[in-house]
Ligand binder design. Structure first.
Ligand code: PRP
Length: 217
């Protein structure tokens, strides 16, 4: 039997995915928590989890190396890959925002320097607002950019808001509410329809049963 391959972002999303599938009766060996193991097959041998960097999940799915991917909406938006987005799993809720010092984005702004892990999302957002941008792509510690004078504002994920607060920054605009989504390879969707549906049903069942928990996640 060829297993359904599910690419999951390493860490919290991978753990949640395993929980959801287990609740649907798909058990995985305990070695899941061994971070060095990058592929793990269910005991029934019909599902395989591939542990990848969050930003690489859409690539695995678009190219068909994985049938299904579980990843944040922010990554899907930034990547713009040719995949189907089929389900909102409702956990990993946060917001994509423009943030900075309280006076750094007045209403009549015509141009801004922006630091972000999400250059495509940022460009699209400011283009639509008619604001010229100079975008610096960073890989982390985004909140430092306005403080160090690298940029006027940042485009970043806010979850609890504590990183912004601790660095004297505020949310200036909300771009999008994001959460963890299921994406599917287009060919897999056409040729393995029943298997994709089984997988989606298992994930949905787990999500429905745990909805109360995820409200606070
Ligand atoms: C993310 C994000 C913010 C922070 C927001 O960073 O880029 O910096 O979390 O979370 P909060 O609103 O709960 O404070 P991450 O933890 O991924 O670290 P990074 O600086 O390496 O990107």
């Amino acid at each position: 039997m060829v297993p359904m391959k599910i690419a999951v972002a390493k860490g919290r999303i991978a753990e949640k995915a395993r929980e959801l599938l287990s609740e649907g009766g798909i058990a995985f060996p305990d070695t899941l928590y061994d971070e060095r193991k990058l592929v793990i097959t269910s005991l029934s041998e019909d599902f395989q989890l591939l542990f990848v960097k969050a930003a690489d999940v859409p690539t695995y799915v678009e190219k068909g190396a994985a049938d299904i991917g579980i990843v944040g909406k922010d990554t899907i938006m930034e990547d713009g890959k040719d995949v189907y987005e089929l389900q909102d799993l409702g956990f990993g809720k946060c917001r994509l925002v423009v943030a900075g010092f309280s006076d750094s984005f007045p209403a009549d702004t015509k141009s801004l320097s922006v630091a972000t892990k999400y250059p495509a999302i940022a460009k699209n957002y400011f283009d639509q607002a008619g604001i010229r941008t100079e975008i610096s792509r960073l890989n982390g510690s985004i909140e430092l950019a306005p403080i160090a004078g690298l940029s006027d504002v940042i485009v970043d994920i806010v979850e609890t808001g504590s990183t912004l607060r601790d660095n004297g920054l505020v949310v200036l605009r909300e771009i999008e509410k994001v959460s963890t989504r299921v994406i599917v390879n287009k060919a897999s969707y056409a040729t393995k329809t029943a298997e994709v549906k089984t997988c989606m049903d298992l994930l949905k069942k787990g999500v429905d049963e745990r909805r109360a928990d995820y409200h606070n996640a």
